[in-house]
Design a protein around this ligand. Sequence first.
Ligand code: CO
Length: 448
Amino acid sequence: MQGNSVGITDTIFRDAHQSLLATRLQTKDMIEITELMDSVGYHSLEVWGGATFDSCMRYLDEDPWERLRTLRKRLPNTKLQMLLRGQNILGYRQYPDDVVEKFVAKSIENGIDIIRTFDALNDTRNLEKSIEATKKYGGHAQGTIVYTVSPVHTIDKFVDVAKRLQKIGSDSIAIKDMAGLLTPQMSKRLVERLKKDLDLPVQLHTHYTSGMASMTYWTGIEAGADVVDTALSPLSMGTSQPPTESLVAALAETDRSSGLDLELLAEASKKFKEVLEGYEKPSSNVDTTVLVSQIPGGMLSNLHSQLKSQKMGDRYPEIVEEVPRVRRDMGYPPLVTPMSQIVGVQALLNVVTGQRYGVKSKEIKEYVAGNYGRPPEPIDEEVRSMLVEEGEILDGRPADFLEPGLEQARNAIQEWMMQEEDVLSYALFPEVAKRFFKSRKQKQGAAR
Ligand code: CO
């Protein structure tokens, strides 16, 4: 193995608990180990974005911005990283450019260094604004290839996406394998091509779901990957990332040692295990069915619990068969937020109503109308005609058709607003934010 030392991004404060603890890790528990984590020497810590923003307000009665400021203060020596859904920001629909720009500006102002931005359809037009804004406000813009497996997704296609990401200003490239489907051989071939055809650092992100992740990192690192995402062992494996300590130990005997201090990591692990005693025990099990179904684990468990709550748990096997069919009809979108929800809900409707596309969600109609961007492949013509008229299909970058959103959000929250960032919280999640603002105001009234 030759090359520079491998950088490690630890996901314990974001993806790891999003994957294993339903995004419920509280800030007060994170700060139990921030001092230790800050001394490890990570390439970065992923601490924000993804589902954490919504979860803070919706379930934890926490201000996500306050969490970011707290972590920034307690991690003065470590780069902080976030995951952004491009033009979907941290929500599930397209937002106008003024909201995207302001959100990026405020993320950086409150402490983020690296913004990994992705689009569920790999439509790079949906990443232009967030990448441009990241650079404008002094952040590192990491463009993302969303990895998926389908008859139409080839290495050449992924490399094309990466080239476009480079062209629109990405400072580095992430390969995001949310379902754990990237095999060691594909990892090697894809990283080799990216390193050959582009002049940018490459970071690998996968999940342990199928049990291949450590092998996938190893071959990717041999092929020249610069940084990989792992999780400190107490929240590793299962649907999370491979354990940090194991990879650090394995690499230590190569020319590409990460240089991280195993003893410090062990100490942080030990302390964090105590913190986790207050939470439900995370599962480190692998689920190899994803290798056959190609449906991400989180999506399967969501569908299963939706069915169970409607007393239709026995229909689950039919849904598992319907998901790939809907995905094919839709032009093979990668099953990542928001596409995983859109495809999942439609598959569910198709099965429980007994009529394919007889009942259709608002979101799938918008997707077919082009409001989320360009599908990887054209949508099945017959299905398309059941969902929208041909004349309704939007051709162009979706956000170009949206009215600015900041002023409206600002006007709507006048009585609750306590910081500029509240405008953004509301623009993304109006209902949830309002409930949070109310509770915040009550608490302050009580404290006075
Ligand atoms: Co992930």
